[in-house]
Design a protein around this ligand. Sequence first.
Ligand code: IDP
Ligand code: MG
Length: 154
Amino acid sequence: MQRTLIILKPDAIQRGLMGRILTRFEDKGLKVVAARFARLSEQLLEQHYADHKERPFYPGLVRFMSESPVLFCVLEGVDAIAVCRKMMGATFGRDAEPGTIRGDFGVSRSYNLIHGSDSPEAAEKEVALFFDANEIVEWQPAGHTWVYDAEDLG
Ligand code: IDP
Ligand code: MG
């Protein structure tokens, strides 16, 4: 089982896509184990996007991500990090394949609807940055045993 940090970005919230995007993850069998709706501070975003600090788009990215509320959550599932990245699609909406979240809902390079951790190391860091350990809820969805078989669960 893996955990990944997902952020539904301000454009997803403002365009009323929050439910539709979250539904895709639920439909796939990913489990929400933490969630919060809030406006992110520039200080938190500077930590979250530290790797991009020198990029030309960085100031605009921090402004965009902080100017309006987001939904951020931790999703859990087998291979959750890669599964979510695949469902998100390529970074720029206009390059993302149809069938992916970015491919179906957007065309922009910066307004690309969603963030998802890109590696186990990033996921661990990002989950800890956005949530305290005691905010992660352990629970079993009723249909869980019909989503993963014993082999999937190792
Ligand atoms: P990712 O979100 O697919 O992991 P990253 O390369 O990590 O993509 O970039 C982080 C975020 O920065 C992107 O999701 C997007 O919002 C923004 N971004 C990346 N490259 C550009 C660009 O060339 N122009 C404008 N915004 C960009
Ligand atoms: Mg990234």
